[in-house]
Ligand binder design. Structure first.
Ligand code: COA
Length: 538
């Protein structure tokens, strides 16, 4: 494989300016993550101490093997939603290592409204379960939750992807043979009671943990019976009498210890061998990505400079380098794992779409994971291109992306617009994971273009009615809110709050995150279905 040749000038004013801008964005990311981790009401922290419970991140820290990475999922979910304090959507989740085995952890944070589940919390729980199922990862639930966040119950309860789906998924995972281990570390009320009930093994903490379908206030209201939480569903009730729980723990630390022992006793994980090599760092410093990524998303640059700072030894075997040059495709290794990379270097044309289709088929046949580096304003438009069949060539690419059976990983490193999002494996195309860089933008189209379309539609209407076109003032009134909205709802912060991605990445960490995710993915068979495609329109 050839080493990618770099052409950047680290002394140029452009590099320095870009560096400053990206550095600012990454600093903001760190601040946002710190707020999400630490901002809690005094009352909630006091209550946690009174109950002798450990904070959620301490529980996770004790659970994971020391000095192993924790790949957190959607830490900024729920950012800016509701009253602004539903950090992480009320839960902490991620992939980590317990007793040498890769697992996924899902833990309620009782300091956020009693660990109750908001709509975005349901979405996160379902996302975590999807990751567990797709990657065949044992799942550990640390439950401490008052169930549904009642003021928003209609948004949590009735629909197909609402709360009930969490327990549906638990049944499916049980059938798939994915281990599900549950710790009862607080009151698990109503919906939250089903999580232990539907798990394989339940560890129940004495005095603080309780499981019941209706808590003491509800029981009193419904039947008049006066009963304490522990009498109703404490560890003695469920370990001795009902048989709902399987192990009794003295406190949080003991509970975590038991879970570690359960994980230790699970059968060894058999990971797919895709021919990994000894990992090697890139030749070029990943921090240089800060200076490479232009301040303005529309400024072109050579995406090989990005690939060279993500892959082992900065080595890349480029496929069809001279054909369809607006999409760079080729083979490389990331942390020793072979990957097929597709990275945008401009708008997608027919040639680049055909090249992508062929490349995806090759990787799929060879069992090589696909990595998409997405920076795409869309497929080319215009009458010449329509006549040339851009729609049918774009379709082939989208078709191949949708049905490829190997694991797919997407990083949105800049723009993610229109059908380009689909062709480059956006969320709807089921990449195993999808992350954004902090400079990324996402939408059907950019705000300016959307505003222009709406102005033009209105002017066409007026023309049909024999009226004069919009005045400058009227144009401004149409354009401004569309542009403002697209800016607000199209940035990485809004995306991650809504769980359109699995998190925002520091660009310099992209390679490490991809390595962890590919490693996790190898717990599942390399093919998620039967190799083969639908009909490619010719
Ligand atoms: N929906 C919305 N908010 C809830 C809630 C629920 N189901 N349960 C608790 N909260 C809120 C409380 O109002 C309180 O809010 P505040 O901090 O703004 O005052 C916060 O969560 C903490 O509750 P608190 O009771 O002070 O803390 P706790 O640690 O002693 O107990 C619970 C936490 C969740 C165990 C307890 O509040 C409880 O049993 N809630 C009712 C659970 C229930 O019946 N759920 C049915 C869901 S279908």
């Amino acid at each position: 494989m050839q080493v990618i040749e770099t052409r950047i000038d680290k002394e140029s004013p452009e590099f320095k300016r870009n560096y400053q801008v990206m550095d600012g964005l990454v600093k903001r990311l760190r601040e946002e993550l710190k707020i999400a981790r630490e901002e809690r009401s005094e009352k909630a922290v006091r209550r946690l101490k009174e109950q002798n419970k450990l904070p959620v991140r301490k529980r996770i820290e004790l659970l994971l093997d020391p000095n192993t990475p924790f790949l957190e999922i959607a830490p900024l979910a729920g950012r800016g939603m509701y009253d602004g304090g539903v950090h992480g959507g009320g839960t902490v989740a991620g992939i980590g290592v317990v007793e040498g085995k890769e697992v996924i952890v899902y833990a309620n944070d009782p300091t956020i409204k009693g660990g109750t589940i908001y709509p975005i919390g349901v979405k996160k729980a379902l996302r975590v379960q999807t990751i567990a199922m797709e990657n065949r990862l044992p799942i550990i639930y640390l439950v401490d939750s008052g169930g549904a966040y009642l003021p928003l119950q209609s948004e949590i309860f009735p629909d197909v992807d609402d709360g009930g789906r969490i327990f549906f998924n638990q049944a499916v995972m049980s059938k798939m043979g994915i281990p599900q281990i549950c710790a009862v570390m607080g009151l698990c009320t109503a919906g939250a009671a089903y999580i232990p009930a539907m798990s394989d093994e339940v560890v129940h903490v004495k005095n603080t943990g309780a499981i019941f379908l209706g808590g003491p206030p509800l029981v009193k209201a419904a039947t008049g019976e006066e009963v304490s939480a522990q009498q109703l569903g404490g560890a003695y009730v469920h370990c001795r009498e009902s048989g709902v729980s399987d192990y009794m723990a003295e406190d949080d630390e003991h509970c975590i210890q038991i879970i570690r022992e359960i994980v230790k006793a699970l059968p060894p994980q058999k990971k797919e061998d895709i021919g990994q090599r000894e990992p090697r760092p890139p030749l070029y410093d990943p921090m240089e990505l800060y200076g490479i990524i232009p301040e303005k998303i529309s400024t072109p640059y050579d995406v090989r400079e990005v690939i060279g700072r993500i892959v082992d030894g900065s080595e890349f075997l480029e496929f069809k380098a001279l054909y369809g040059p607006t999409l760079v495709c080729g083979w490389a290794y990331i942390h020793g794992y072979p990957v097929g990379i597709l990275a945008n270097n401009g708008v997608l044309f027919s040639e680049s779409s055909l090249k992508a289709t062929q490349f995806i088929q090759l990787c799929d046949k060879r069992g090589i994971p696909l990595v998409f580096l997405q920076n795409i304003s869309g497929y080319i438009v215009g009458s010449a291109y329509e006549r040339g069949g851009i729609t049918k060539d774009g379709h082939k690419m989208v078709n191949a992306v949708a049905t490829a059976t190997v694991p797919k990983y997407t990083v949105i490193i800049g723009a993610s617009f229109g059908a380009g999002n689909y062709g480059m494996c956006g969320r709807a195309y089921s990449p195993r994971f999808l992350w954004m860089w902090p400079n990324a933008q996402i939408g059907v189209m950019g705000g300016e273009q959307a505003a222009d379309v709406m102005v033009s539609v209105k002017n066409d209407q007026l023309l049909r009615e024999g009226k004069p076109p919009l005045s400058e003032e009227e144009v401004r009134k149409i354009r401004e809110p569309i542009i403002a909205n697209a800016l607000k709802e199209g940035d990485a912060w809004y995306s991650t709050a809504n769980l359109w991605d699995d998190g925002i990445l520091d660009p310099a960490k992209t390679r490490d995150v991809l390595g962890l995710a590919i490693s996790a993915g190898l717990n599942a068979p390399i093919r998620s279905g039967t190799l083969g495609y639908g009909t490619f329109r010719m």
